[in-house]
Write a new protein. Structure first.
Lengths: 242, 242
DNA sequence: CGTGGCCTTGAACCTAGTCAAGTCTAGTGG
DNA sequence: CCACTAGACTTGACTAGGTTCAAGGCCACG
């Protein structure tokens, strides 16, 4: 294969992208998708630890993840990070910067990750003529509002077991939606990051994982997870058993 | 004054509304504002306890509060309510329903409240031709995302004192922005609702109010609040003093 | 004057945090 | 290939902040 196409050019168009069904282009016609495609910038992949944008940077684009995983976090007044989300392929990040004109969080790659950059001003103009695109952008923001509400419920109502169960079930569903196994997957984030995100100490996260294994709910070998009792885990995640 | 205009017709147009500066019409020209105005429905005021929309109802409109105060809450699997926000005049509610086509929360009036109903389909069409309206709608959703993030930070990082202080400072700022006193105001919600919202037991809320009074931070006579040491309260709210 | 809802206060308990120590693992360089 | 190291993870003992349970006070309203 002479002059093989570099990785970053593969799936370099929305219409070829397997994630189009959960990303911005949903329900666009071919020509509309091309219009969107023309404004998308695709750079080289980020490596683990690379920063996509920083809290306080001027807001100019939103980003769609094409592959990999990222975390977003904000810095509290004391300077310690509070993780606000883990993001997988097909998801949009950076939207909370629209209001103030500056990103409100920092986005960092948890593993090798490629992103599509969508300049916001151009996107905005495009939404004027593409009603479906406008709808989808709204829908994605609205979904994020809903997910934040669920997160608030988790943080104010659920105990440590329920929090971890909820995260695992949530990740499981997102992996399945992307064509990966819902039962066995590899966590991109550390125990520390899980604790930070869920409002728990690392030690608590570790203890819960140990307990879940003793109860036969799952197998955890470092970051490799296998869910053994999906039903039970779901029950823990959904319900408030107290 | 023969045939006095009924209350609900006063300020019945966006261009006369004192809240236009923080509501949807920001930076619209007079004729654009009229276009928005034409699609807004204004009903009779809600009384305390009245439901504006219910979780699960079909999503059709978003609502702007013209006066009064509301709470939104969602029901957990166990059927107990989790309050997701307190909303004052000038604020928009119902946007989290856009994604699924059904409201994700129930909205209830905490006191006598008038609202402007904005049918979403019509609003959406209008945003195609009014770039400023589109921007503002996006900005308001983006702001809500940011506020939710702050709430998540509060729930996962702050102790009881800091949570109450944060709520009071937040309300204070919102009252000031609406032309009311930042130092003395009346809470529209009960201690129970405060605890529910902040992820605390009623008893804890009550104890913190008592402690704050002993420390000379504020005066609380039932729902009537007077802030005595604004600086100190701000410090508590902002910082993580642990 | 009684009733019910809301709020406050006290005491006991419990979950998760903190501190401290120890283990495991991946990566590095001899 | 192995020893070494730094960082991630686990485990145990103790602590503290907030919940729960129980009781009583306050106030509006009939």
């Amino acid at each position: 294969m002479p002059n093989a196409t570099p990785l970053l050019h593969r799936e370099a168009h929305c219409k070829d992208c397997s994630l189009a069904c959960m990303c911005l282009p949903i329900s666009l016609h071919a020509d509309e998708m091309d219009a969107l495609d023309r404004i998308v910038k695709r750079g080289r992949p980020l490596k683990r630890g690379d920063v996509l944008f920083r809290q306080g940077d001027e807001f100019s684009s939103i980003f769609a993840l094409r592959s990999g995983a990222m975390k977003t976090y904000s810095l509290s007044d004391e300077g310690d990070e509070q993780i606000t989300g883990f993001h997988l392929a097909g998801e949009l990040i950076g939207m909370s910067g629209m209001d103030t004109g500056r990103y409100t969080v920092t986005a960092v790659a948890l593993e090798t990750t490629s992103v599509c950059e969508i300049p916001f001003d151009t996107l905005d103009e495009l939404t004027a003529v593409l009603p479906q695109l406008r709808k989808q952008l709204m829908r994605l923001m609205s979904r994020e509002l809903r997910e934040d509400q669920e997160m608030m419920l988790l943080l104010s109502r659920k105990n440590a077991d329920q929090r971890i169960a909820t995260l695992l079930i949530n990740l499981s569903a997102r992996f399945r939606a992307r064509g990966y196994s819902a039962k066995a997957f590899r966590l991109a984030m550390s125990r520390n990051e899980i604790g930070n995100y869920l409002g728990l100490a690392v030690e608590t996260v570790s203890r819960v994982f140990t307990r879940f294994q003793q109860q036969g709910l799952l197998l955890a070998d470092g970051k490799q997870i296998e869910i053994l009792d999906y039903i039970q885990l779901c029950a823990l995640a959904g319900g408030q058993n107290d």
